[in-house]
Design a protein around this ligand. Structure first.
Ligand code: TXA
Ligand code: MG
Length: 320
């Protein structure tokens, strides 16, 4: 049976009794619970099979609530919040003492954002507490961008998926931390590096190894289909190399003519990076259902959202 519903009052009732609801955001669906309910937060970790050392993002309805969550806002954090909220940008800031340790994995910082989705915003406005919401997928697997994706993962484990349609952005929020008040990108995402640099000037991206002590959850293998996946510059060369396998193709803008292909998806005929990002995870979900031996994904140009898409595709290639 489906647990998908658009009933906002029902979602509020479930969250008020310390249970979980999967909620739509502009990036991906989140598995949401009351940040102040130990029961709810524990069940987020349990449901996702997520290790406790991986902290959660706190979702708030407006900047007015920010002082309840964080104790200090560097000037450049304020500029970024003004520029991108509500939107796909998460700020990691010094936490307010009222934020439970289980949310931050014991760290003195907390990740926070205002999602840009009308249903999520209305829900957050009508609740008396912010929502912790990691992506609504089992730890390490492909993030959900439709209510159906969440239903497929968790229909026996949670009571409800609040349906807000397919996610318009399709890749998780960009995460920015601060060191000596200077911003650093911790995770590439739906807000491009270039857009961020327009607001705060040149910014560096911490690679995963550098981040590991700060965000141990950012493991290499993430966003991964079950099918072996490779990321290549030249699709036709890769097809030749794997010709005795059942091949799936994930192409940027044009289909392959090769008849040795079992299934293929073109992400954006117009090479529109936002369109490609919004379709990326659904394409991986679909490819994973086709009993393929291998998924050959085409590398995107390394700018704008192309950088973020390549980051996710790169992680999809890491085997368990
Ligand atoms: O777009 C998004 O951000 C989605 C939607 C649902 O909002 N959420 C999401 O959450 O992607 P999740 O839990 O899948 O990823 C959160 C990331 C983790 O990699 C975690 O390590 C990092 O945020 N994080 C959370 N708190 C942190 C902190 N205090 N310091 C550094 N990294 C932190
Ligand atoms: Mg996730």
């Amino acid at each position: 049976m489906s647990i998908i519903s658009t009933d906002l009052s029902k979602a509020i009732a479930i969250l008020n009794k310390d249970a979980l609801v999967a909620i739509p955001t502009e990036t991906v669906y989140g598995l949401a619970g009351n940040i102040f309910s130990e029961k709810a937060i524990k069940s987020i970790f349990e449901t996702k099979q997520r290790p406790f050392f991986n902290p959660l993002i706190v979702h708030i309805p407006s900047v007015d609530v920010l002082p309840d969550i964080v104790s200090y806002i560097p000037e450049k954090a304020q500029l970024l919040a003004d520029a991108f909220w509500p939107g796909p940008l998460t700020l990691v800031l010094k936490k307010n003492s009222g934020i439970p340790d289980i949310i931050t994995a014991g760290k003195d910082t907390v990740a926070v954002r205002i999602p840009n989705h009308p249903v999520a915003l209305e829900l957050l406005q009508r609740l008396d507490f912010p929502l912790a919401a990691p992506s609504a997928n089992p730890f390490g697997s492909i993030s959900p961008t439709t209510a159906q994706h969440v239903n497929d993962y968790f229909k026996d484990k949670i009571e409800m998926v609040l349906d807000g349609g397919p996610c318009q952005r399709g890749i998780e929020s960009t995460i920015i931390g601060f060191e000596n008040d200077e911003p650093i990108i911790y995770r590439l995402g739906s807000t491009s590096v270039e857009a961020i640099e327009n607001i705060v000037g040149p910014i560096s991206v911490k690679n995963r190894k550098q981040i590991a002590p700060d965000a141990p959850g950012m493991l290499d293998r993430h966003y991964a289909p079950k099918t072996e996946t490779i990321l290549v510059d030249d699709i036709s060369e890769a097809i030749k190399k794997h010709k005795d396998k059942r091949i799936g193709i994930l192409a940027i803008n044009s289909p392959s003519e090769d008849d040795g292909i079992a299934f293929q998806i073109v992400l954006s005929e117009a090479t529109d990076l936002q369109e490609a990002a919004s379709k990326l995870y659904d394409a991986l979900h679909q490819l994973d259902k086709h009993d393929l031996d291998i998924i050959i994904a085409e590398r995107f140009p390394d700018f704008g959202l192309g950088k973020s898409i390549n980051d996710r595709l790169q992680r999809a290639t890491v085997r368990a």
